[in-house]
Design a protein around this ligand. Structure first.
Ligand code: HPA
Length: 270
């Protein structure tokens, strides 16, 4: 595993002169940040050795190297989801590789269903903590001791420093930002009304099908993390309506400029 990770990291370092400071994983309908990147190089996942083979039809994902406001970054346009049938190790492989490339910070975005009754569809939530309800964990199996401990601490999964910086960016730019706990679940089904209710009782403010695996692996390697979620539909009793992937994409795309602004300024502050 470590051999493959290092092989891929070396391949990518050989392809680009860019030494990024941060990795950004772009979620559903949230690819617009790409327009803010001064792109130096873009590599299709299919051309990266050891990268999981994309099962998604149509446009395959790509890694984009470039700069945002003068800060070097690498962005993953398209992520691997557990519900697509990838193993947890495959889902998190790119995070391992980016860490081995010397990248210090991980930023992620996603779309989620709102559980907190104070949230509205279209709201932006900074992820303050998460609950792993995938029924799996990417660290199960032999520990990669060179990369992190057998029993990693998870007391600060999302960097308090980055959260407070993001909150002041929101204030300065008049962007209202909520904060809350993200519960990650395998999907691909959206929740039943009773499942939404259960996740709320468990202490979550939003529910989605990604992010948790990547954050676990990043924290295993002690990378500071930042996550932001767009509330694309409501799981609040009395507000639940039929939800589709198309609707999720539409709402995410509409809220995206504000999220992009926060991400951009936050990256610039690194
Ligand atoms: N549930 C799970 N994942 C999601 C949702 C949801 O309601 N909305 C967007 N991703």
């Amino acid at each position: 595993m470590l051999k493959k990770i290092n092989e891929t990291a070396e391949f990518l370092l050989g392809k680009t002169k860019c030494q990024p400071k941060a990795a950004i994983i772009l979620g559903t309908g949230l690819g617009g940040l790409v327009d803010e990147i001064a792109i130096e190089q873009s590599i299709s996942y299919a051309d990266i050795p050891n990268f999981p083979i994309s099962t998604v039809e149509g446009h395959a994902g790509r890694l984009i190297f470039g700069e945002i406001k003068g800060v070097k970054i690498v962005a993953m346009q398209g992520r691997f989801h557990y519900y697509e049938g990838y193993s947890m190790q495959e889902v998190t492989f790119p995070v391992r590789v980016m860490h081995q490339m010397g990248i210090k910070n991980l930023f992620v975005s996603n779309a989620s269903g709102g559980l907190n009754p104070d949230f509205k569809v279209g709201d932006i939530m900074i992820i303050s903590d998460h609950i792993n309800m995938f029924g799996a964990n990417p660290l199960i199996g032999k520990n990669l001791a060179e990369l992190g401990p057998r029993f990693p601490d998870m007391s600060e999964p999302y960097s308090k420093k980055l959260i407070s910086q993001a909150l002041s960016i929101g204030e300065k730019n008049n962007i209202s930002l909520k904060q809350g706990v993200y519960v990650g679940t395998s999907g691909p089904t959206f929740e039943t009304p009773s499942e939404y209710k259960m996740f709320r009782i468990l202490g979550a403010d939003a529910v989605g099908m990604s992010t948790v695996p990547e954050i676990i692996v990043a924290r295993h390697m002690d990378m500071p993390c930042f996550g932001i979620s767009i509330i694309t539909d409501s799981g609040v009793p009395g507000q639940i309506v039929e939800v589709s992937h198309e609707e999720v994409q539409k709402v995410a795309a509409a809220a995206e400029p504000k999220m992009t602004q926060v991400m951009k300024e936050l990256v610039a502050s690194l």
